[in-house]
Design a protein around this ligand. Structure first.
Ligand code: MN
Length: 257
């Protein structure tokens, strides 16, 4: 089994090394990861400049691109064999709720799914103040990888895995939760008297939605959320159909059945 490992914290991050060594007992691991931190780069793909992949040690490539670029090179460019599994992480910090749309870690797994390779993202919570243990997250990733290699994943599905700080009490299947955003921007003045802004100053708050990723972690459980890429809000069709456009034509939609 060939397992492609990537991340968005960069090729030298401790979570990546731990993930690669955890998975090495169940398959041949190859690492293709960004040459520097690319957290919150989302699903960005490099189209307007060339990419270099430098072999920095055996089976480990550093790419001057995004996590999505790395998955592209790892599946289509660098190796003769197609990977059987792509695992992204172990991210430094949880990726839950709407944050999955910013996350390079989650986007790498998403890219693999789009290319038809089973995948999951794994992130470790650092916010609870407890000591976070990458080894526990590595054990979770290894178990899950072995299970996916045995059973596969449903169509159009990849998994977003979040591991709590401390020793996990168990594993819960969850739904994507909702964050509460507040006080996100810090405004300061630079030494020359000009204002600057820094995004990300707020506390991480979440809605207490039953069955959500946030609740699983706050209860001390590993959260496993099956994700897909259809962002259509099917519930909105009924109310949007009531609209009239300026040309007085009503919206309509057709369900293909
Ligand atoms: Mn990251």
């Amino acid at each position: 089994m060939l397992i492609l490992v990537t991340n968005d914290d960069g090729v030298y991050s401790p979570g990546l090394a731990l993930l690669a060594s955890s998975l090495s007992s169940i398959g041949q691991v190859v690492v293709v990861a960004p040459d520097r931190e690319r957290s919150a780069i989302g699903h960005a793909l490099t189209l307007h400049s060339p990419l270099r992949a430098e072999l920095i040690k055996p089976d480990t490539y550093a790419v001057d691109g995004t996590p999505t670029d790395c998955v592209n090179l790892g599946i289509h460019g660098l190796f003769e064999a197609r990977p059987d599994l792509v695992v992204s992480g172990i991210n430094r910090g949880a990726n839950m709720g709407e944050d999955v749309t910013y996350s390079g870690t989650v986007s790498a797994a998403m890219e693999a799914m789009l290319m038809g390779v089973p995948s999951f993202a794994v992130s470790l919570d650092l916010l609870s103040g407890e000591r976070s243990d990458y080894a526990a997250a590595g054990r979770v990733a290894k178990d899950l990888a072995a299970t996916i290699l045995r059973h596969g994943l449903p169509d159009d599905t990849f998994l977003n895995v979040n591991v709590p700080a401390g020793t996990p009490k168990g594993i819960r299947m969850t739904r994507q939760g909702k964050r509460r955003y507040e006080e996100m921007i810090v405004e300061k003045v630079d030494p020359r008297g000009r204002k600057y802004y820094w995004i990300g100053g707020g506390q991480c708050q979440f809605e207490p939605i039953p069955g959500s990723d946030f609740l699983a972690l706050s209860d001390g459980f590993v959260s496993v959320t099956p994700l897909h890429l259809d962002l259509t809000n099917h519930h909105s069709f009924d109310s949007l159909r009531q609209w009239r456009t300026t040309s007085d034509a009503a919206f309509f939609y057709t369900e293909n059945k």
